[in-house]
Design a protein around this ligand. Structure first.
Ligand SMILES: [Zn+2]
Length: 233
């Protein structure tokens, strides 16, 4: 009761805003308003058979993935882009954890938690990590692990060189650019494991493809991928 009154009082001075639509949150709402929770563009890919999952099809012939999952569909200039921007550039690490918890609980309820032994975030380059203070993919991984009641392994992958900006490169060049930059930190942590590799956003899929390839090469039994949002090609 006291806590609620205090929150209301603080809310009068610093209204907490929905991170997706920027409307003020009411008591009991955290990070997202009830309207956004109901209306965000969820993919529900985890409910589709693997051969009918459009995200999974994008990895065909490139990387064998057991499950290809994304909580949301990326919509430019919409609520999802705003959410990702808050997570990445506004220091809203909690957004990633909260979205991971929500999605993890859904995947757990759908019976998918039994298909993973480890959750591994795509690493940031140490320079970027130092600048931002956190890895947004690791925040999502932490939330997913909590929601699915699985261990997260933040240090399983390492980035070896700083990737140059990818925006002006074609797909083949992007692949070349990321292919050499990931390494498995300690192969004994991944050998024989079914690994869920996670990132905040998937555009071409080249980063997750590269991470999955090094994990399989290091002895992982199988790889699945999950993102907060994926862009249509
Ligand atoms: Zn909202």
């Amino acid at each position: 009761m006291l806590r609620t009154l205090w929150d209301d009082f603080v809310g009068l001075i610093y209204p907490r805003l929905c991170l997706a639509c920027q409307e003020p949150l009411i008591t009991g709402e955290n990070h997202l308003c009830t309207g956004c929770r109901a209306e965000l563009p969820y993919t529900d890919y985890h409910r589709l058979p693997p051969d009918q999952n459009p995200l999974g099809r994008r990895f065909w012939g490139k990387l064998p993935v057991r499950h290809a999952l994304s909580y949301l569909r990326f919509v430019r200039h919409g609520r999802v882009q705003h959410l990702l921007h808050e997570l990445k550039y506004q220091g809203q690490r909690d957004v990633g954890t909260a979205l991971g918890q929500l999605y993890g609980a859904e995947l757990h309820a759908a019976g998918l938690a039994a298909d993973f032994d480890l959750i591994v975030p795509v690493p940031l380059h140490p320079k970027k990590l130092a600048k931002r203070g956190y890895n947004q993919a690791a925040a999502f991984a932490t939330g997913l692990a909590e929601g699915m009641q699985l261990p997260a392994t933040p240090a399983a992958l390492r980035r070896t060189t700083n990737t140059k900006t990818q925006t002006k490169k074609n797909r083949a060049e992007r692949w070349e650019n990321v292919a050499t930059v990931f390494e498995v930190e300690n192969p004994t942590t991944v050998v024989g494991k079914r690994v869920l590799v996670v990132d905040d956003v998937l555009t071409t899929g080249a980063t997750l493809e590269a991470c999955g390839a090094v994990l399989l090469a290091a002895g992982a039994a199988e790889v699945s991928i999950a993102t907060i949002a994926c862009a249509d090609r």
